[in-house]
Design a protein around this ligand. Structure first.
Ligand SMILES: Cc1ncc(COP(=O)(O)O)c(C=O)c1O
Length: 288
C-alpha cells in the first residue's frame, strides 16, 4: 500500500479540492511545532456519514477550546465532507477533517497572526483492530495517565492529547497487544488510545464518567442503545481494582466501532452475548 501522501484522489483544502499529492503544508506550519491542531474521525456507511453534523459541531468546539476559531460553519464542513467522498467515488470510508494553525506571521508560541486552515480527506479503512473485532482485543495498560482538564482541554479532540496515545500504542504493540488502556490523573479507568471503554457486570453496564476523557459520539450512541433496551448503564468513576469483577468489556469509537475486549493486562473477559448484541446492533444502526 502506498504511503498516505502518495495516493490518487482529491483532498479538500481551504475551500477547494486539490490533487491528493498536492495537499501539502509548509515546514513552518504552526501546528507542526506546537500542536495547534484539532481533528475528527468519521465513518461513511452506504453513502451516509454517521452523525456528520455532530462531528462537525465537535470540530468547531475543539477549535474554540484551543482558542483557534475555525472559519467555517457546520453546514460548510458537512458539504466539504460530502464533496470529498463524491470526488473520490467513496460510499464506505473513513473521513478525516483536520483544522490547524498554518504558517504565517508568527513562529513563536502565539499564533493569532497565522491562519486557521481546514482540510478533509477520506479513504477506505476496514476494522481498526483487525481480527480482534471477532476474538476480543488484548489491551496493555498504559504507563501514561490521561491528564486533568486543568492541564489540557480534555474535551477537545486535539492533536496534543494524542502524543501519549502514540507512545502507549507503540508500547502495547511491542507486547503483542492491540491497544492500551489509560488510567487518568486520579487513577480511575479512563479510555483507550482512540476509543472509550465499557464493562458488563451481572447484566448491568459500567463506563467511565467523561470528566477527563473524550465523550465519544459512539459512546453516547451506545449508551442510548443500551438504555433503550432497558439495560442499566452506570456512568461513574471506576477503580482499576474493579477490572477483576467485570465479566465483559468492549471499546467504542468511530474507528473501533464496537470492538470486544478479551484481555486487559492480566484480567480476562468473555466475548459475551451483550457484547455481541451491541456490536451487531451498532453495525445495523450505522447502516440504517
Ligand atoms: C482518545 C479517544 N477517546 C474516545 C474516542 C471515541 O470517540 P468517537 O466515538 O467520537 O469516535 C476517540 C476517537 O475519536 C479517541 O481518540
Amino acid at each position: 500500500m502506498a504511503g498516505y501522501d502518495d495516493r490518487d484522489g482529491k483532498i479538500w483544502m481551504d475551500g477547494k479540492l486539490v490533487e491528493w499529492r498536492d495537499a501539502n503544508v509548509h515546514i513552518l506550519t504552526h501546528a507542526l511545532h506546537y500542536a495547534s491542531s484539532v481533528f475528527e474521525g468519521e465513518r461513511c456507511y452506504n453513502g451516509k456519514i454517521f452523525k456528520s453534523t455532530e462531528h462537525s459541531q465537535r470540530l468547531l468546539k475543539s477549535g474554540e477550546l484551543l482558542d483557534m476559531p475555525i472559519p467555517y460553519t457546520v453546514e460548510e464542513i458537512n458539504t466539504a465532507k460530502e464533496e470529498v467522498l463524491k470526488a473520490n467515488g467513496l460510499t464506505d470510508a473513513y473521513v478525516r477533517a483536520v483544522a490547524f494553525r498554518g504558517a504565517g506571521e508568527e513562529m513563536g508560541v502565539a499564533s493569532l497572526g497565522n491562519p486557521v486552515r481546514l482540510a478533509v480527506a477520506a479513504w477506505t479503512w476496514g476494522a481498526y483492530y483487525g481480527d480482534a473485532k471477532m476474538k476480543g482485543a488484548k489491551l496493555d495498560i498504559a504507563k501514561w495517565k490521561r491528564p486533568s482538564p486543568e492541564t489540557i482541554p480534555t474535551a477537545a479532540k486535539a492533536a496534543g492529547l494524542y502524543m501519549i496515545c502514540t507512545m502507549s500504542k507503540h508500547a502495547a504493540q511491542a507486547k503483542g497487544c492491540s491497544d492500551a488502556l489509560f488510567f487518568d490523573y486520579r487513577g480511575y479507568v479512563a479510555e483507550a488510545t482512540g476509543a472509550n471503554i465499557f464493562f458488563v457486570k451481572d447484566g448491568e453496564v459500567h463506563t467511565p464518567l467523561p470528566d477527563a476523557i473524550l465523550n465519544g459520539i459512539t459512546r453516547q450512541t451506545v449508551i442510548g442503545m443500551l438504555r433503550a433496551k432497558g439495560i442499566t448503564v452506570h456512568e461513574r468513576h471506576i477503580m482499576p481494582a474493579e477490572l477483576e469483577t467485570f465479566q465483559q468489556c468492549w471499546l467504542t469509537g468511530t474507528a473501533a466501532e464496537v470492538t470486544p475486549v478479551g484481555q486487559i493486562g492480566d484480567y480476562t473477559f468473555e466475548v459475551g452475548a451483550l457484547t455481541r448484541d451491541i456490536a451487531n446492533e451498532y453495525e445495523a444502526l450505522v447502516r440504517a
